[in-house]
Ligand binder design. Structure first.
Ligand SMILES: *Cc1c(COP(=O)(O)O)cnc(C)c1O
Length: 423
């Protein structure tokens, strides 16, 4: 099936139940088993079905099936937020003593997760130059369990050398994880270029209206084979799990990454989405591709305007000819579309704050991917927990303003930015 059909139909059979046209919300904590044997079979994975909503839920399941197919994956697991999806994707492959290689351009929340919280758990990180991945291979050691990057980074709006990252990872038998939140499944499918795991914050473009938090993890086909070939590096998938009566995940004929994340991480940590949030995200997914095209076209027009404005020092938007990442956007993203984020520089820190405070139509908000246009000053908000050195490394300047272009008419957006800049 084609993506626009998958986003609307996959995983739901209207002929079951009452024929509800909208996917029903299974707002329940637990499920009645037919009898004790049915219950035992479900726990032993001899039969598949919902047990308890922390582990699985029919509404969440439909969102999972749609995302798995939209990302050309084998399976998906939805989580309560993008942050928990990122955390689980790492916790599934690494433990104390291991290390993860991360892109130098990442979402602020992921930077703090990697540098502080995971560090407390004994998982260390090494940062690589994502623009050309020239130092990536030299950072790999026998404790390197994953390579993490964003296909279109927030807020630097950078596109990494993804083919090279994948090639190096494959050579060394290391799992790649791509955060595809900003590019979205509409514009780019990391699995198609050989990435192993895709994560999203569905709170952003999938929701589309800023109404629900959510995250998703998607795994590629045949990961079980990969883990068997690299079993000394990833024994948690190929050796008995004492916490699940000696289950060997690669022995189960189900996509193994999400299986383990569900049976051990969701079981023990439980960042499960509320079915109502999944339902909202299912509504959002139906129009994702239409919206992302419009966000991208709007953003290009606004970026062109900013580029022509004398008070704007520099505009980053990969859809813009001459942008540092223009060629990569053409190469990787559908029709060269580059989603809705723009960053630009003004003269000073004070000027940046003044422009933000003068905008009327743009809301000062740290979210992205909303139908409403948003403006933010990363250095004093999303990235304020980083010190000056970390900010510089993360590619965020005190003079950077980030826009998330919404679905309004661009004439109004441009007029608003123009008056804010000229004030
Ligand atoms: C927002 C965001 C996250 C975190 O997602 P939440 O849903 O806010 O927890 C992770 N990665 C990227 C690129 C994001 O933009």
């Amino acid at each position: 099936m084609q993506k626009d059909t998958i986003a609307i139909h996959t995983g739901y059979d209207k002929k079951n139940g009452n024929g509800e046209m909208a996917v029903p919300i299974s707002q329940t904590t637990a499920y009645a088993f037919r009898d004790s044997e049915h219950a035992a079979n479900l726990f032993a994975l001899k039969e598949l079905g919902p047990i308890y909503t922390r582990l699985n839920n029919p509404t969440n399941d439909i969102l999972e099936q749609r995302y798995a197919q939209l990302e050309n994956g084998a399976a998906a697991l939805v989580t309560a937020s993008g942050a928990s999806a990122v955390f689980y994707s790492i916790a599934n492959i690494a433990e104390s003593g291991d290390n993860i290689l991360i892109s130098d351009k990442l979402y602020g929340g992921s930077v703090t997760l990697f540098h502080f919280t995971l560090k407390r758990f004994g998982i260390s990180v090494k940062t690589f130059k994502s623009d050309d991945a020239s130092d990536l291979e030299s950072l790999i050691d026998d404790k390197t369990k994953g390579i993490f990057f964003e296909s279109l980074s927030n807020p630097q709006i950078a596109i990494p050398a993804m083919d090279k990252i994948v090639e190096i990872a494959k050579k060394h038998g290391i799992i790649t994880i791509c955060d595809n939140t900003v590019a979205t499944a509409t514009l780019f499918n990391p699995i198609k270029i050989g990435v192993d795991i895709v994560v999203h914050s569905t709170s952003k473009y999938t929701s589309g209206n800023g109404t629900a938090l959510g995250g998703v993890i998607v795994e590629r086909d045949n990961l079980a084979e990969f883990f068997k070939q690299n079993s000394t590096k990833y024994p948690q998938f190929t050796t008995p799990d004492a916490s699940y009566h000696g289950l060997v995940y690669t022995d189960v004929p189900l996509p193994v990454f999400c299986l383990r994340a569900r049976l051990s991480l969701l079981r023990d940590i439980g960042a499960t989405p509320a079915p109502f949030n999944s339902w909202l995200l299912i509504q959002g997914l139906e129009t994702l591709s239409l919206r992302v095209e419009k966000h991208s076209n709007n953003a290009l027009k606004v970026a062109e305007f900013l580029k022509s404005h004398k008070k704007v020092q520099n505009v980053s938007y990969p859809g813009l000819k001459g942008d540092k990442y223009y060629d990569k956007a053409q190469k990787y993203f559908k029709n060269g579309l580059a989603s809705g984020l723009i960053s630009f520089e003004v003269e000073s820190f004070e000027e940046a704050k003044r422009v933000i405070d003068s905008a009327k139509l743009f809301s000062v908000v740290v979210n992205i991917g909303d139908s409403k246009s948003l403006i933010v000053h990363p250095a004093s908000t999303t990235h304020s927990q980083l010190n000056e050195e970390e900010l510089r490394k993360a590619g965020v300047n005190p003079t950077t303003i980030r826009l998330s272009i919404g679905l309004e008419d661009t004439a109004d957006l441009i007029e608003d930015l123009n008056q804010a800049l000229n004030k």
